[in-house]
Design a protein around this ligand. Structure first.
Ligand code: NAG
Ligand code: NAG
Ligand code: NAG
Ligand code: NAG
Ligand code: NAG
Ligand code: NAG
Ligand code: NAG
Ligand code: NAG
Length: 405
C-alpha cells in the first residue's frame, strides 16, 4: 500500500491522469452492493450454498454445495465490500461496513465442515480466503486462525519432497502426480500460516513448488502449460498437457492469469528476483498476445472461427496480477517506476475494455462472458471469481490513490 502511494508520487502526472480517465464508471456502481446483497439472501440457507457461475440465458446464479473450489469467493467478496465501505464511505455509507462484515462472517461458516473433509484437494488455499480476510479485521479470531492453519496443513500434506510440489489433483494411481498452474494461487495460505505459527517448512514448500512450476509449466516465451504430470516416485516429468485449454500445447488464459498473480505474489512474499522475472515473462506473453479488441479469449490459441468465447474472469485475475506486479516493481530499490507505470496502465486498460464489453446490469452477476470450462461446454456465464476480482481491482486502485470511488 505504501509502495503504491509511492507510485502516485513518482509517476509522471500525465500517466496518472491518462490512467484515471480510462477507469470505467461501473467500477463503483451502486449496482454492486445491490446485487451482492440480493445474492447473500439467495444463499443463506442450511446448509449454505454457494454460487459458482450463472445460467447462460438469464444470468441467474447456479447454487452448489460447499465442497467446491470456488466456495470461498462469495464470502471473500463480502469481506471485500467491508473493506470498500471503509475506502469509499461517501458512496457506500460507513454504517454499511458492519453489515458486510456480518454477511461475510455468516457466509464463511458454511465452509467450516470442509476443515474435516473436502474433495477440493490443493484448492484449500482458495477456501482460506475469507478466513484470511477475517484475520485482517480481527487477528485473534480463533475460528479463522483454526481454519487458516488447518487448510495450510492440508495443503502441506500434499507436498512430495521428491517432486518438490504440492499435489493438485488426486489420481487413481498415486504415482501419477498432477500439478496445475492454478496451484500457484494456493501457496499464499502456506505463507499466512507460516507467519502465524513460525513454521518455516510451509514457506520452503511454497518456494519449492513455485520453483518447479517456473521450471516445468512456464515455457521459454512466458506462456504456460495447464497441467504437468510428474512421477511421484522419481520426480521426473512424464507429460505436459491441458485439461481446460484448447490443446496440449496452447495457453489457457485463466492459467496464464493465475501464473502472473501467483509469481508476483511469490516475489511479494520472498523478495526473490527469480519470481519477479517469471511474473514479468508471463505478463509479457499475456499482454503481447492480447487481441486488438482488448477481449481476453478463453485460450490464446483457440481458433477464431467459430468466434471463440471470451473469459472475463481471466481478464479480472490478470488485472489484479498486473497491479500486484506493478507494486513489486515499486518495491525494488531503487523503485522501477517505468515498469510499474507500464503494468498499471495495462491493468487499467484490461479492466476498462472488459467492463465496457461485459458489465451486465440485468444479470445477477456483475460481469458476463466468463468461461468456466470450455471443453466441458461451460462458457458465456457470469462467474463468482470474476466478480470477486472485479471488486478487488476497484479496491486496490482506490488504495493506491489511482481511483476515486
Ligand atoms: C470469527 O470468524 C468467523 C469466520 O471466520 C466468523 O464466523 C465469526 O463470526 C467470527 N467471530 C467473531 C467473534 O467475530
Ligand atoms: C510444520 O509444518 C509441517 C507441514 O504441515 C509439519 O509436518 C511440521 O510438523 C510442522 N512443524 C512444527 C514444528 O509444527
Ligand atoms: C513411476 O515410476 C515408477 C518407477 O519407475 C514406476 O513403477 C511407475 O509405474 C511410474 N508411474 C507412472 C504413473 O508412470
Ligand atoms: C492431450 O494429449 C493426450 C495424450 O496424448 C490426449 O489424450 C488428449 O486428447 C490431448 N488433448 C487435447 C486437448 O488435444
Ligand atoms: C522495470 O520493469 C520493466 C518491465 O518489467 C523491465 O523490463 C525492466 O527491466 C525493469 N527495470 C529494472 C531496472 O528493473
Ligand atoms: C475505456 O472505456 C470507455 C467506455 O467505458 C471507452 O469509451 C474507451 O474507448 C475505453 N478506452 C480504452 C483506451 O480502452
Ligand atoms: C458475450 O456473450 C454473448 C451471449 O451472452 C454473446 O452474444 C457475445 O458475442 C459475447 N461477446 C464476446 C465479445 O465474446
Ligand atoms: C461454448 O459452449 C457450447 C455449449 O454450451 C459449445 O457447444 C460450444 O462449442 C462452445 N463454444 C466454442 C466456440 O467453443
Amino acid at each position: 500500500m505504501v509502495a503504491m502511494q509511492l507510485l502516485l508520487a513518482l509517476l509522471p502526472v500525465t500517466v496518472v491522469l491518462a490512467s484515471n480517465s480510462l477507469l470505467p464508471k461501473e467500477l463503483f456502481s451502486s449496482l454492486i452492493a445491490q446485487k451482492l446483497l440480493a445474492t447473500s439472501q439467495l444463499t443463506t440457507g442450511t446448509p449454505t450454498q454457494y454460487p459458482q457461475y450463472t445460467t447462460r440465458d438469464t444470468g441467474s446464479w447456479v447454487l452448489l454445495g460447499a465442497d467446491q473450489w470456488t466456495s470461498g469467493f462469495l464470502p471473500a467478496t463480502f469481506y471485500a465490500l467491508y473493506e470498500r465501505a471503509a475506502l469509499c464511505p461517501l458512496i457506500m455509507g460507513s454504517s454499511t461496513a458492519n453489515q458486510w462484515l456480518d454477511i461475510g462472517r455468516g457466509s464463511s461458516t458454511g465452509e467450516i465442515p470442509l476443515e474435516i473433509h473436502t474433495g477440493v484437494g490443493h484448492d484449500v488455499g482458495f477456501l482460506s480466503f475469507p478466513f484470511v480476510s477475517e484475520l485482517s479485521v480481527n487477528p485473534t479470531n480463533a475460528t479463522a486462525l483454526h481454519a487458516v492453519n488447518t487448510f495450510a496443513t492440508a495443503l502441506a500434506a500434499r507436498f512430495n519432497p521428491i517432486v518438490g510440489c504440492t499435489r493438485s489433483w488426486d489420481t487413481a494411481d498415486p504415482t501419477d502426480f498432477q500439478v496445475i498452474i492454478d496451484n500457484m494461487m494456493n501457496l499464499e495460505v502456506l505463507f499466512v500460516s507460516a507467519d502465524l505459527t513460525g513454521n518455516d517448512t510451509m514457506r520452503q514448500m511454497a518456494i519449492s513448488h513455485a520453483d518447479k512450476t517456473s521450471e516445468n509449466h512456464v515455457r521459454a516465451d512466458g506462456s504456460s502449460f495447464h497441467v504437468v504430470e510428474y512421477n511421484a516416485t522419481t520426480g521426473i516429468v512424464d507429460a505436459r498437457y491441458t485439461s481446460q485449454g484448447y490443446s496440449n500445447s496452447s495457453t489457457w488464459s485463466r492459467g496464464q492469469s493465475w501464473g502472473i498473480y501467483g509469481f508476483a505474489n511469490m516475489h511479494k512474499r520472498t523478495g526473490l528476483p527469480r519470481f519477479l522475472d517469471t511474473a514479468r515473462r508471463m505478463a509479457s506473453y499475456f499482454l503481447t498476445n492480447m487481441p486488438a479488441d482488448g477481449i481476453v479469449p478463453w485460450d490464446f490459441n483457440a481458433p477464431l472461427v467459430p468466434p471463440r468465447p471470451a473469459d472475463s474472469s481471466a481478464a479480472m485475475i490478470a488485472t489484479n496480477g498486473l497491479l500486484l506486479l506493478a507494486q513489486q516493481e515499486l518495491s525494488l530499490r531503487p523503485p522501477n517506476t517505468t515498469g510499474a507505470a507500464y503494468y498499471t496502465h495495462a491493468a487499467i486498460k484490461l479492466l476498462n475494455d472488459t467492463t465496457r464489453a461485459f458489465w451486465k446490469p440485468e444479470w445477477q452477476s456483475l460481469l458476463s462472458n466468463g468461461t468456466v470450462n470450455n471443453p466441458a461446454a461451460n462458457n458465456l456465464t457470469g462467474i463468482v471469481y470474476g466478480d470477486y476480482y472485479f471488486i478487488k481491482a476497484g479496491n486496490e486502485l482506490v488504495r493506491a490513490g489511482l481511483a476515486h470511488c
